[in-house]
Design a protein around this ligand. Sequence first.
Ligand code: FAD
Length: 479
Amino acid sequence: MKRVVVIGGGIAGLSAVWSLREHRSNEEFEVVLLERGERFGGNIRTERSEGFLIEGGPDCFLSEKPWAMELIKRLGLADKLLPTNDKNRKTFVLSGGKLHVLPEGVILMIPTRILPLATSSLISWPGKIRMAMELFIPKKKDSSDESLGEFVRRRLGKEALDKIAEPLVAGVHAGDPETMSVRASFPKFVQLEEDSGSLIKGMVRKMASMHKARKPAAGATGGQKPRITMFMTMRDGLSELIDTLTSRLSKMDRTSLRTGAAVSTIEKKDGRYLVTLEGGEKMDADALVVAAPAWAASNLLAGVDQGLSDKLRTIPYVSTATVSIAFRKKDIKHPLNGFGFVVPKVEKRRIMAATWTSVKFSHRAPDDSVLIRCFVGGSKNAELVDLDDAAMVKMVKEELRDIMGIEAEPVLTRVFRWRKSMPQYTIGHDERVKWIDERVASIPGLYLAGSAYHGIGISDSIRYGEVVAKKIIHQFEKG
Ligand SMILES: Cc1cc2nc3c(=O)[nH]c(=O)nc-3n(C[C@H](O)[C@H](O)[C@H](O)COP(=O)(O)OP(=O)(O)OC[C@H]3O[C@@H](n4cnc5c(N)ncnc54)[C@H](O)[C@@H]3O)c2cc1C
């Protein structure tokens, strides 16, 4: 019987295994998933403590990318989807030491409404005029890649970059806009410029057509569907997705999921792969999916293809930490009328962003408490990830005292470190990944999956895992 070995039990590896089993029964091939850690889920990790629900890594996914939601629905978990509390859908930006509301209608960095931008206290008048001039700036002549920083400065001006794009991007990608590829990280913006000649024009048009599509047809009754917001999560935390996948898969015949199973080397012998685990155990495979981070894949694949291994190593990663910190509601004087705030680099602070978690989502904290989650590290302040828990919490308390005026002692703190966990799509990423894809396609039976290549978020990791599963089925069908 043929065997598929999947290395890495994050969402990418798990969705590849799930998709293999959704499409083909256990009579046709055996599947083994090997995870180095003591639990599945990789970056996805939910914990409960003292009535709080704490997400250590991701806390939501983008609904615009449908693959996470589709998988959740296929698993029968649609009623567990949890939208954001959109009556508070405001983001604040720290500027000059004060929190200013990000003007309504600014989508990532593109303004789509005049009045909120015109009345914003965040952007100066010259900055507002420069942003509005975007409508008249000719589009780029060639299709070469550029950094996100260059792109935003060229189209919307320096202030839009410093006060909006840079902090929003750091809050999501933990990256540096001066090295990040706009084409790989924000392909839709490049497309908007190419198609409409202006980001503002393109985004306004796009929103108008989305609005039209959302209007229910006259007479339509509409069932009880979950309310869909831009960011979605699961009521009991994102680990519920991982737990559901692992518990269903582990009940299937010829499907084995193992933790504490770190792969140390991979060799290719007589057209099959020989996988060796750290304890010395060996296993062969007809198809091999490496769903570990690119730097780990690089180490593992050195014995299969040195060129591929070298190229994988060129995808950089940054380290981050999240610090969840809870207070009694009565101790917080600062209004909690938004999803949280982001911190521009020019402010020279030690946190990148903070989510007011219990405002953004229901069911995250007891009624008398507030849960806040701060992001630390990234390309701005990598060394802070190495602080021990006590020093990290002290630092976060000082930052929240300066920014939000919180003097009270927290009732709960929890630190999660994510070392070399966030791939960076730097300039030339698309060409690098094209090279990697072509090289992998020339090595029969080898597949890569994960957030390093075709999209950094959960939804893209699921999609790519499913694509790999289909390729394996095709490989086996060909014989
Ligand atoms: C702090 C943080 C916040 C984030 N927030 C969001 C968010 O809100 N929304 C969103 O969509 N995305 C978010 N992301 C990104 C999201 O977490 C990733 O897109 C996704 O989890 C990547 O899944 P993966 O399976 O590719 O990788 P991982 O989750 O990294 O899984 C890879 C697995 O491979 C295993 N492994 C490595 N080497 C070996 C080996 N030699 N042998 C066996 N196993 C091995 C690792 O132990 C790990 O479990 C966030 C990421 C971080 C770090």
